[in-house]
Design a protein around this ligand. Structure first.
Ligand SMILES: [Fe+2]
Length: 247
């Protein structure tokens, strides 16, 4: 299914909601050649749009004031190379202890609309500031979306705790295609598959970092379709991602 959204200038197929496509700004694509190669492969796999969601860490210079310009620069390179992938700005916030001190203007949201934000954290237990960070986002009018919960140790250790945030606080979850393409023995894959079947996810994203790791993610897309069917995957890679773009 495709439909037209004027702002993005064309038909929309699958939308990748999580990617490190921007060259040389984090641990994602190293240079423009790699960014173009990854984008080309995503188009071949049925994607028409991708959010660029670089890591937003204090030691990296990724901010709402420079991400859109970098996205436009990469877009020009893709256009020149004849790669039909439309890029949109976003970011992957990190829920550190100091997160609540981040000025609202520094909170990168999907398409810069101030409505949805992707975030991660990497602790073994839920940090004490988890709830206050979510409240901070909500008070700023932003709906938090947790990136790849199945990859996070705290979530693996206390999955029920996360589901409480989902059910009681309306936290949304983004599943990583990578986990679905891993070995069947992987606990991350088991959790991702369980929650996919239980309809816990709002989004499915690639979290692509480089060309080498892209194929396992595309295998994950196939596995998702096998597990829950094309209609459900369409909801997670098209219908819900369209809400992040806006009109
Ligand atoms: Fe990421």
């Amino acid at each position: 299914m495709q439909r037209i959204i004027p702002e993005t200038g064309g038909m929309i197929g699958r939308i990748d909601v999580h990617s490190h496509l921007l060259p040389g700004v984090d641990d994602g694509c190293r240079d423009l050649t790699e960014s173009i190669a990854c984008a080309k492969r995503m188009v071949e796999a049925g994607y028409t749009h991708s959010f660029c969601t670089p890591h937003i860490w204090p030691n990296l210079d990724n901010r709402p004031s420079n991400i859109p310009t970098r996205v436009r620069t990469l877009q020009q390179a893709l256009d020149k190379a004849g790669v039909a992938l439309k890029l949109l700005p976003g970011g992957e916030l990190h829920l550190s202890e100091r997160f609540c001190q981040t000025p609202v203007t520094e909170l990168m949201t999907y398409n810069g609309r101030g409505l949805y934000a992707l975030f991660d954290f990497w602790t073994q237990r839920f940090p004490v500031h988890f709830g206050s960070c979510l409240s901070y986002l909500r008070q700023a009018g932003i709906q938090p979306i947790l990136a790849h919960p199945e990859r996070i140790e705290a979530v693996q250790n206390e999955p029920e705790q996360l589901l409480e945030w989902v059910e009681q606080q309306g936290l949304l979850l983004q599943c990583n295609l990578e986990c679905l393409g891993e070995s069947v023995l992987s606990p991350r894959r088991r959790l991702a598959e369980r929650w996919l079947v239980e309809d816990r996810y709002f989004l499915l994203g690639s979290d692509l970092h480089n060309l080498h790791g892209l194929e396992v993610r595309l295998q994950g897309l196939k596995r998702a379709i096998e597990l829950v069917g094309e209609d459900k995957v369409q909801e997670l890679t098209h219908t819900n991602p369209v809400k992040l773009i806006g009109n």
